[in-house]
Design a protein around this ligand. Sequence first.
Ligand code: DAH
Length: 337
Amino acid sequence: MNEIEELRLKIDGKLVSINSLESLTSVKAELLGRKGLFANLIDRIKLLSKEEKKIYGQSINALKVYTENRLNEIKIGLEQKQKEMADKASWIDITLPGKAPLVGKIHPITKVISEIIEIFVSLGFSVVEGPEIELDYYNFEALNIPSDHPARDLQDTFYIKEGVVLRTHTSPVEIRVMESQLPPVRIISPGAVYRCDNDISHTPMFHQVEGLMVDKGIRFSDLKGILTIFIHEMFGEDIALRFRPSYFPFTEPSAEVDICCVICGGKGCRVCKDTGWLEILGSGMTNPQVFRNVGYDPEEVTGFAFGLGVERIAMLKYGIDDIRQFYYNDLRFISQF
Ligand code: DAH
């Protein structure tokens, strides 16, 4: 019986050393395996007398059952602990504040272009685009701009090479469109344009939207009607506007359109240079020479065109006094719109 007690102590010693499922497996093999402790003890039973066999056998068997039960309990405990740890590792604290994702915003210039497009599309215009690197022919010559015109100066135009420029306005798209289709034409063309200029009201790259409408019987009153609707949609029904005589080589007659100064309400201020008016676009009836240049018959069709500066409209709409703000890409500025 002493021996049995000693065995139990030895087994308990092994059991308490178990601290993982791996060590459990190896202790189990050591005790209950084919070459383990109990296999050994059972082998020895054979050598005993019948009387001893009975007592000894019962004790060993009880000890074995005890060992098996203990191992089972330990296994359940270890598995439980492992599951708890896994649960803890995958636990999410839903009370923590969320990480706000950085959401992109539409650039104010893109936004204003979209607004302009929407207005003209609702008036039946379609949108076309032209190249930013343009032939001198399309940018100047076909538009009736003479070779000694100051706009063609190196100081004002970026030249790529002889006869090739960065377009200085979107008007060349008018020529490209008329060359490729017959009247009627009703298009607008938004895009970037380039001039050698850089100060508080000029950036070397800026945006324009060109417009052109050609058909039989188009008159100056059509120009006035369309542009009045556009300005009312853009700046509100109550804004006062005027058509002021002007000159462009590609239109005759020409008019610039002014709106009542949105800063001072027409009283006169720094922004409107005390005139009470702000110029927002150039326009006119297409010059017959331009029609001839594209093979249209000026006796057959008439038309009007206009060109507006997107940055200028955005500045007036949002009260921005420095055009360069649009291109610093400072998110504190850009994300306000
Ligand atoms: N292209 C002119 C500019 O950049 C703007 C302009 C004026 C366009 C009159 C037109 C127009 O189509 O008819 O200053």
